[in-house]
Design a protein around this ligand. Structure first.
Ligand SMILES: [Zn+2]
Length: 435
């Protein structure tokens, strides 16, 4: 998820990257490809959108400290803010391989001169999801690209893309703020107590963008009484989310809005799910003995809700897709349809992944605290009393085993193991009778 910003002064914790990009803008010399590297949700996409916005702006501004910004009022800026700039193409594919068909689409689009602005800009996030064939096709496009084309790729680091792609790109390195820095920032911006800031940072998984989004949505997590309540609340939140999502989709009248709406619904933390997921993960973390029947029962209930939710979302979209079939070219329609179906189909898997990530956060906190006894290093600082106590109940080895089980679950999902099995297996391993 990205937070839209208009000036480099708003790009948090990224002074060097901001200076680097401002220098490029001042010198008016641009390579045909940038590679923005850094951890997830640290500001790469926000910076890419801002950089593209300033490049296209008719009257960009510079403040006394040298920070450049978009004017915010020209036609180009207004279109950037509405995500409808005809010369800025964004390819966001956080969970899905980017295939060669997409690269060909980029090639064809790159050959068409910009309509409104000076440049034709492609933002591709994250580039590590390009498969081999698509990477090679992209290389060819880079070689043949007209001078008005600028690519901005994002990646975890330069080794996560093909060396031939990395070597052709100008690399802009982004920093990863520490948990402590994120907490202080939340306290300053939102005037939060240190406890609430810790709460929100942990809810945002210690990532800057997610934490800011959580703060915007005014979250709080209360501790949970027990596993049965936490699990009931989580399943209920999941069900409510699907009802909410289907309603939102039903409202849409324009095919172009669908992908954007889906991304907002699925990639953003949302009011219902995020705290409920966190509470459930916490209750799993502290419960070291679950009834044997719990894992399969929970996994079945979870999948039943996910499937009925997917069904109602698909139903909500059907009439719109039928309508769109009359006016959109069939190749484009096919591409959009596949993308939508993929996102909806993968929602349950994405949710299991997020649950495993949250759990992994608790186990790694427990391990980190055993080793360092430093509270500031904890992600879930707001649960610190329990995390500090954990080593009394569980050995270091057992916590490590459970962390491995969560990582194994993520691996199983990558390998397309049945999600219900991955979930059941995870809960059995971490909550089953002591190993
Ligand atoms: Zn402007």
């Amino acid at each position: 998820m990205t937070v839209k910003i208009k000036s480099f002064s708003e790009l948090l914790f990224q002074k060097e990257a901001a200076e680097h990009l401002s220098r490029s803008l001042n010198q008016k010399s641009f390579p045909s490809c940038y590679l923005f590297t850094g951890t997830e949700s640290c500001g790469k996409v926000a910076a890419a959108e801002l950089f593209a916005g300033i490049l296209q702006c008719l009257e960009p501004k510079t403040d006394v400290e040298g920070n450049m910004s978009m004017c915010g009022i020209c036609d180009s800026c207004r279109r950037m803010q509405r995500n409808s700039h005809p010369d800025v193409e964004k390819i966001f594919s956080p969970d899905r391989e980017i295939r060669v068909a997409k690269a060909r689409f980029i090639r064809d689009a790159a050959m068409i001169a910009p309509i409104l602005s000076r440049y034709k800009i492609f933002i591709l996030d994250p580039a590590q999801n390009l498969n081999q064939e698509a990477s090679n096709a992209l290389l060819k496009i880079l070689e043949e690209a007209p001078s008005y084309v600028i690519f901005i790729l994002t990646a975890y680091d330069k080794t996560s893309v093909l060396p031939t792609v990395a070597s052709r790109a100008e690399i802009v390195q982004f920093n990863s703020p520490s948990y402590q820095e994120i907490r202080e920032l939340l306290q300053n911006i939102y005037k939060l107590s240190s406890n609430s800031a810790a709460d929100i940072c942990s809810l945002g998984e210690g990532r800057l963008g997610r934490s800011l989004a959580c703060a915007e949505e005014d979250f709080s997590i209360d501790k949970v009484d027990g596993i049965s309540r936490a699990h009931a609340e989580y399943l209920l939140a999941l069900e409510q989310f699907f009802i909410f999502a289907s309603d939102e989709l039903q409202e849409l009248r324009n095919l172009d809005l669908i992908a954007e709406t889906l991304r907002r619904l699925f990639d953003r933390p949302n009011n219902l799910l995020e705290p409920a997921r966190k509470k459930f993960a916490f209750s799993l973390f502290v419960a070291n003995m679950l009834p044997l029947s719990f894992a399969p029962l929970f996994a079945d209930e979870f999948m039943a809700i996910a499937q009925s939710g997917q069904f109602s979302m698909n139903k909500a979209l059907k009439s719109l897709m039928d309508e769109a079939a009359k006016s959109y070219p069939s190749a484009l329609l096919k591409e959009i349809k596949e993308d939508i179906e993929f996102r909806i189909d993968r929602f349950g898997i994405g949710e299991i992944k997020r649950l495993a990530h949250v759990l992994a956060g608790f186990y790694s906190d427990s391990i980190i605290y055993s080793a360092s006894e430093d509270e500031d290093l904890l992600l879930n600082k707001n649960f610190k009393e329990d995390i500090i106590k954990m080593p009394q109940y569980e050995s270091f080895v057992l916590s490590e085993f459970k962390l491995e089980a969560t990582e194994n679950c993520l691996l199983m999902l990558e390998r397309n193991v049945q999600p219900v099995l991955a979930l059941e297996n995870l809960i059995t391993q971490i909550g089953g009778p002591a190993v």
